[in-house]
Design a binder for this molecule. Structure first.
Ligand code: HEM
Ligand code: HEM
Length: 228
């Protein structure tokens, strides 16, 4: 273990992040791009959507039971803290946060909410002419939201998120990407009392099993089977 760096982001949180990004990329590809090697892209679209729902379920629970910097209570700022940080950021101050910065915390909530909107409305989306629908489409038709929210809400937020990471790197000289890959930040930026002891893998496994069970119940207990 490198002694000049300290663990900040646990492995389950990092795995969540990169699987979420891949899953959303896959969901877009299977909905919008004809992939010649995929005989049934819509079936995969639904599977990826269920996987995304499982990831969201994991992240929400992990926000209460995960290691320190994964917990919502450790990073959600009050309005005063947020205002002070935003003023400092644009006034050229560069104090680096150990976990999410107050503005980063807003991005986390915004992104989680936007992905949830997309994935949940997918369950209620369909197109009867093309014989395609999610498993709860017969209960309520939310296709109009699912069709618009990707391009009007989720994609702009993802763009802003990636632009913010680039801004911190280029202007503030803060590397946020490296720690989201390795979990570690330089020891100079992380007091020993702020580092996390480990990734709590057994706890993560229990949460993953609970989320998998919940998503299975949601899909197999649905009034109809998704059609493609
Ligand atoms: C579909 C695309 C993406 C989504 C939905 C997404 C979502 C998120 C979420 C929810 C978090 C908070 C992590 C947590 O506490 O759970 C986060 C953090 C982060 N993401 Fe992404 N992300 C996406 C793509 C990317 C990409 C392409 C990059 C690379 C530039 C990236 C870099 C980061 C970094 C560096 C952080 C940590 C920010 C910090 O230190 O506060 N993300 N992202
Ligand atoms: C985060 C996860 C998801 C993303 C990013 C996503 C994205 C998209 C996109 C971009 C479209 C095309 C919209 C258009 O052409 O206007 C679409 C269509 C569709 N999605 Fe999703 N989706 C997700 C989850 C789901 C889930 C969980 C289901 C159901 C199990 C689902 C079912 C559908 C259906 C049935 C359509 C086609 C509607 C039609 O042909 O009119 N999606 N999705």
């Amino acid at each position: 273990m490198a002694s000049d760096s300290r663990l900040v982001w646990d492995l389950p949180l990092r795995a969540f992040h990169w699987l979420l990004a891949l899953s959303i990329l896959g969901s877009w590809l299977t909905a919008e791009v004809k992939l010649p090697f995929l005989p049934d892209p819509w079936a995969l679209h639904y599977q990826l959507g269920y996987f995304t729902l499982g990831l969201l379920c994991f992240r929400i629970i992990w926000g209460f039971v995960g290691p320190k910097h994964a917990r919502f209570a450790s990073f959600l700022p009050g309005p005063r803290k947020l205002w002070r940080y935003a003023k400092g950021l644009f006034a050229g101050k560069s104090d680096e946060s150990v976990g999410h910065s107050p503005l980063g915390a807003l991005a986390v909530i915004g992104l989680l909410a936007a992905v949830s909107l997309q994935a949940v409305t997918g369950l209620f989306t369909g197109d009867e002419d093309d014989f395609r629908w999610g498993p709860y489409y017969s209960v309520l038709n939310l296709s109009w939201i699912h069709h618009r929210s990707f391009y009007l809400v989720l994609l702009p937020l993802i763009g802003l998120h990636v632009a913010a990471v680039a801004f911190y790197w280029a202007v503030k000289k803060q590397n946020l990407l490296g720690p989201m890959l390795t979990g570690r930040k330089p020891a100079a930026l992380v007091p020993a009392s702020e580092a996390i002891a480990g990734s709590a893998p057994i706890r993560a496994l229990i949460v993953i099993c609970a989320c998998a069970a919940l998503v299975c119940a949601l899909v197999f207990g649905a009034p109809t089977t998704a059609a493609s």
